[in-house]
Design a protein around this ligand. Structure first.
Ligand SMILES: [Cu+2]
Length: 175
């Protein structure tokens, strides 16, 4: 039975940390924490059930005795994104830690930002180009042959895109 995940916080010294009460189970039993940073878990026993005596982590493989009174601090080294499970010695108390990565690969993030920046001017340019096609067709009928008309249409598309990129860039305000 899993509760809503509890997000690990940061203590005054900058350690990623979370408190877990041990009483008939782990509270919270579902934790979200940032991958790639050490995680400090402070267990506090509030019962003397045999299940509260030990805590076993799946990865890194750790088996620790919990002090009968007061707090037991367990420091997990930085881990890649994924899931860590922790249980009592016989697997009756259960908890899980979800390690998430909140950083995007920089190249991907930059490409995405660039794409969303270009979307508007290029969309506008294509609409303007389609609107100008009848005019180009009209000119083609009277003055040019069809291969020349296609070249003119291509040049018009390039001109619209360049013009819109320039117009949007010069109107964009720095934020
Ligand atoms: Cu147990």
């Amino acid at each position: 039975m899993l509760e809503q995940p509890v997000r690990a916080g940061f203590d005054s010294t900058g350690h990623q940390t979370v408190d877990v009460t041990v009483r008939g189970g782990y509270q919270p039993d579902s934790i979200r924490a940032r991958a790639g940073e050490p995680l400090r878990i402070v267990f506090r026993r509030q019962d003397d059930d045999a299940c509260s005596e030990r805590v076993v982590f799946s990865s890194p493989r750790l088996d620790r005795r919990l002090a009968a009174t007061g707090a037991t601090t367990i420091d997990l080294p930085a881990q890649p994104p994924g899931e860590i499970r922790f249980t009592c010695g016989m697997g009756r108390y259960r908890g899980r830690i979800e390690l998430f990565d909140d950083r995007q690969p920089p190249v991907l993030a930059r490409l995405r930002g660039e794409a969303s920046r270009l979307e508007e001017p290029i969309g506008t340019a294509v609409v303007l180009w389609i609107c100008s096609l009848p005019l180009i067709a009209l000119i083609a009928v009277f003055a040019l042959d069809w291969s020349a008309a296609i070249a003119v249409a291509g040049a018009a598309l390039i001109a619209w895109v360049a013009g819109c990129l320039w117009a949007f860039r010069s109107s964009a305000r720095p934020t």
